[in-house]
Write a protein that binds this ligand. Structure first.
Ligand SMILES: NC(=O)c1ccc[n+]([C@@H]2O[C@H](COP(=O)([O-])OP(=O)(O)OC[C@H]3O[C@@H](n4cnc5c(N)ncnc54)[C@H](OP(=O)(O)O)[C@@H]3O)[C@@H](O)[C@H]2O)c1
Length: 240
């Protein structure tokens, strides 16, 4: 059966790595025309490899760049935002506000900028997919910046789904996913992290980027889905 995404145009902001790269590949496999967006053309080209995707460069935190890029792309069927910077845990007393501002400008404001400039270019039935994260609702100590970004985006999903209707707006909330978003880890630390999640997550393993991409691919094709956040989190939300 042909996918509803076949021949549709999909822009993925954050496509040079991790979940965004997996969404871009998955959408291409379903026949979509994919525009892969990242800040660094060489990094994008290396990640996308031989796949015939359109590569586009923009810093999601820069409104002029986001607006110009979406103007250049023209009409769209779906847009997905997975772009986010690495922000490690920190107690409030030691919080680096330059890093916090950068994380908020990238993921929270950047998602709103994409929604703002994509909305007028999306065809009927189109969707805006945002990426939140389990820490928006499940409290872990020393992660207040991630909490406010993800909780803010969850609220934005509900708000924008009403405001921009009949366009659809949804979120995907990943739990721990095996991607570079954890920063540089040694091989030992990587193994220890995988073992920890294997023993604590209900599914018994940490999701891959491809596992997580399934939620966006489903949401883009689900014409009645809007105003909600899909927890594709290996069961992390219900874990002890
Ligand atoms: N991995 C997890 O465990 C996990 C858990 C919960 C939630 N999440 C969320 O899932 C999302 C994706 O995470 P990931 O694990 O896929 O991360 P990742 O592998 O580090 O990829 C992040 C992507 O964002 C892009 N990016 C960063 N800053 C940007 C900017 N200013 N403008 C445009 N693109 C930018 C990066 O591209 P360039 O650097 O090349 O520009 C890269 O393609 C993030 O919002 C993260 O918070 C991840």
């Amino acid at each position: 059966m042909t996918s509803p995404l076949a021949r549709q145009t999909i822009a993925v902001f954050g496509a040079s790595s991790g979940i965004g790269l997996a969404v871009a590949r998955g959408a291409h496999a379903l026949g979509a025309r994919v525009v892969a967006v990242g800040r660094d053309r060489a990094r994008l080209a290396a990640a996308i490899g031989e796949l015939p995707l359109q590569l586009a460069q923009a810093d999601i935190a820069d409104e002029a760049q986001v607006a110009a890029l979406l103007r250049d792309i023209g009409a769209l069927d779906h847009v997905v935002v997975t772009a986010g910077s690495v922000v490690g845990p920190s107690p409030l007393a030691a919080l680096d506000f330059d890093l916090a501002r950068d994380a908020i400008a990238t993921k929270l404001q950047g998602s709103l900028l994409v929604a703002k400039h994509a909305a007028a270019r999306l065809r009927p039935g189109g969707s805006i997919g945002l990426t939140t994260g389990i820490l928006g609702r499940k409290i872990a100590v020393n992660t207040v910046v991630k909490t406010i970004i993800n909780a803010g985006l969850e609220a934005a999903v509900r708000q924008l789904a009403r405001e921009l209707a009949p366009l659809r707006v949804y979120g995907v909330s990943p739990g721990p996913v095996d991607t570079p978003n954890w920063g540089a880890l040694s091989e030992d630390d990587r193994r220890a992290r995988a073992a920890k999640f294997a023993s604590t997550l209900p599914v018994g393993f940490m999701a891959s980027a491809d596992d997580t991409a399934q939620a966006y691919l489903f949401a883009m094709q689900a014409r009645a889905l809007t105003g909600t956040v899909i927890d594709l989190d290996s069961g992390a939300m219900i874990a002890a």
